[in-house]
Design a protein around this ligand. Structure first.
Ligand code: 4NP
Length: 165
């Protein structure tokens, strides 16, 4: 795990091979563009252990690459209770993973757990649908939703940082 930045974000899905690596790369891209890469750090993890050590799903890598995001170096890992000591925001892709995080967090970590789409007020959805068993369109939808939410999250963090200064 990298050294603590001022704000530390963890994107969380089930397998850490489709949705959360996509959110990881999209948010990193937006932080870089905003000049916040040294202030806000982002990582990703899965609540399940199925794919530990694996690269992202080739369908996610390809869909993201078409929009200019590079997922190829990312490797899956499983979220653990120690992540609640490092990360300020644990951002779940769906209610199931949100529930898993709340169970793992214990009473002190509950306020760190969010749904990523809580930061996409206009998306009309609360969950990023799991694309794993579906077709290519599902991977495009993941990108559409994640891009909207990362814009909202970035604006939220910029306001938060402004208040701290
Ligand atoms: P993710 O997608 O949670 O977005 O990484 C999935 C990846 C793998 C499986 C399910 C969802 N799986 O059942 O192996």
């Amino acid at each position: 795990m990298t050294q603590r930045a001022e704000i530390n974000l963890l994107m969380v899905c089930l397998g850490n091979i489709c949705r959360s690596p996509t959110a990881h790369a999209v948010m990193q891209h937006k932080l870089n563009a905003a000049g916040l890469a040294a202030t806000v750090a982002v990582d990703s993890a899965g609540t399940a252990a199925y794919h530990i050590g694996k690269a992202p799903d080739p369908r996610s890598i390809e869909a993201a690459a078409r929009r200019g995001y590079d997922l190829r170096e990312l490797r899956a890992r499983q979220v653990s209770s120690s992540d609640f000591r490092h990360f300020d925001y644990l951002l779940a892709m769906d209610h199931s993973n949100h529930g898993n995080l709340l169970r793992l967090s214990g009473p002190d970590g509950q306020s760190q757990v969010h749904l990523l789409l809580d930061f996409a007020a206009d998306a009309g959805l609360r969950e990023v649908p799991d694309p794993y068993y579906g077709g290519e369109q599902g991977f495009e939808q993941v990108l559409d939703l994640v891009e909207q939410a990362c814009d909202g999250l970035l604006a939220h963090l910029q306001a938060d940082l402004q208040q701290r200064r």
